[in-house]
Write a protein that binds this ligand. Structure first.
Ligand code: HEM
Length: 446
């Protein structure tokens, strides 16, 4: 297969570079091979990496049946199962999106506003001045409770607490960048018993499954337990043949939403808190905007605040939580910007490289929210949530949650960073997270 040029380093070493030095490797590759190059990633195959808005637009606006992503997303299968929306393509994928889009948008979204503020206040009410926290850990508790409430309808109670703990423990395995190897190198995924690294992850997943299956069975046995949460919605949905989703399908989709819907948002909020406190002028400008808010302001009005929105956008630009869009695999030959590509070629938009193009974002290493107030970026110049038919289902929800959690914390607490040194991004499983989780000290209640 003829592919665009790229590094000739052995594929196994390219995988290690992608795990341990992802940002440096991307920057070096784009400088050496240009904004369309091929990375060889061992078991994950060769991927053509795109970082030009025109190329990304062509990929995201191409006919839906040109690509499939399910097979390339197999990397998520051990966690999410084979029925997750991430693993689906074609009509089944479209149907799933149609079912799962409304609960994360419009009127339904608004109803979550109060819950997000309440949960943030519940978790932060335990804080005492003088205490120090890893903000990422605290926010992870908030975002996990929020997504549990949305997906399951509950975030307290014995089973919910157990589920929260198990999910937390499973994800904390990836706190060490070294453990990310188990995600990207499939032959390391061997269960050698309860004490082996992958054995621990497998057991955590089994415990989570038991809790999720129990929840499903209870609701099946007692339809009065069905509410307006997303699990209930999925349980009452029927496919074209009038068939309901199986227990395994329900489990895989719940796991997908719980997994995709909290770690990502928690990381983004922790980064935003870092920038707001690391750059005093950013913090001052934001406080001025928040101080002008009327008391008991409607969550939707908060989500429209221009400077708060610009901070969230810039946070997701400078260190996007996911470095890449999902991989799209060609189902037939295709020509992309004059380059003939064969069937089977895998393409991916590099969010990080696109967001660091100096022609779009002058001084890309500088955190400057005002760039989002001075100009509007197109759907293919700014893609923290990907795009096209695979665009993140939780985009509106995640942005809403980011703004409400930030507002709830900052209007109630005065915090300061525990370090003057710049915090660097490090790999945490599939995401890029702040090193040491943004350590912060609670100064006082406002
Ligand atoms: C800051 C937070 C988040 C970021 C940065 C993020 C980013 C992404 C990205 C880059 C993709 C791949 C899109 C593509 O390839 O074009 C994606 C897909 C997805 N995200 Fe998110 N996400 C976030 C939060 C959420 C939330 C809160 C949920 C759900 C509650 C969610 C659910 C999903 C799902 C289900 C998909 C797969 C869509 C499909 O295959 O059709 N995400 N996300």
């Amino acid at each position: 297969m003829t592919l665009p040029n790229g590094p000739e380093t052995l594929p196994f070493f390219q995988v290690l570079q992608a795990i341990f030095k992802p940002l440096e490797t991307l920057t070096n590759n784009v400088q050496k091979y240009g904004d369309c190059y091929t990375a060889k990633l061992g078991g994950l195959g060769s991927v053509v990496v795109l970082s030009q808005p025109e190329a990304i637009e062509a990929m995201m606006t191409a006919p839906v049946d040109l690509f499939e992503s399910g097979q390339s997303n197999a990397i998520f299968r051990p966690f999410l199962g084979s029925n997750s929306i991430l693993m689906l393509d074609g009509k089944v994928h479209q149907r799933k999106r149609k079912l799962l889009t409304p609960p994360f948008h419009g009127e339904r979204l608004k109803t979550y506003g109060e819950a997000i503020c309440e949960i943030t206040q519940e978790v932060t009410s335990r804080w005492q001045p003088g205490q120090t926290f890893s903000m990422r850990t605290v926010i992870q508790e908030i975002s996990l409770r929020v997504i549990m409430r949305t997906v399951l309808g509950v975030h307290t109670g014995k089973r919910a607490e157990q589920l929260r703990q198990n999910l937390d423990e499973m994800l904390s395995f990836f706190e060490k960048p070294f453990n990310s190897m188990f995600v990207f190198i499939p032959w390391l995924q061997k269960d050698w018993g309860a004490w082996s690294p992958w054995g621990k992850v497998t057991r955590q997943i089994k415990q989570i499954d038991t809790l999720l299956f129990t929840e499903i069975q209870e609701r099946r046995a007692n339809p009065a337990l069905l509410g307006d949460d997303i699990l209930s919605l999925m349980m009452t949905a029927r496919d074209e043949e009038g068939q309901p989703m199986t227990d395994q399908e329900l489990r895989d989709e719940m796991m997908t939403l719980l997994f995709a819907g909290h770690e990502t948002t928690a990381t983004a909020i922790a980064w935003a808190l870092y920038w707001i406190h690391h750059l005093p002028e950013v913090g001052q400008k934001l406080h001025k905007e928040l101080d002008e808010l009327e008391e008991n302001c409607d969550p939707v009005a908060i989500s429209r605040l221009p400077y708060l929105s610009a901070i969230c956008d810039e946070t997701l630009r400078i260190y996007p939580v996911g470095l890449f869009t999902f991989t799209r695999m060609l189902k037939k030959p295709w020509t992309l910007m004059g380059k003939a590509l064969e069937k089977g070629t895998q393409l991916s938009g590099c969010i990080y490289l696109l967001h660091h193009r100096p022609d779009l974002y002058p001084n890309p290493e500088q955190f400057r929210p005002d760039r989002f107030l001075e100009r509007q970026f197109s759907l293919y110049e700014y893609i923290p949530f990907g795009g096209g038919n695979r665009r993140c289902l939780g985009m509106a929800f995640a942005l809403f949650e980011m703004k409400l959690v930030l507002m709830s914390i900052l209007s109630e607490w005065q915090l300061e960073l525990n370090t003057n040194k710049p915090i660097k991004p490090v790999r945490r499983g599939f995401t890029m997270a702040p090193e040491k989780g943004v350590p912060m000290r609670v100064v006082k209640r406002r």
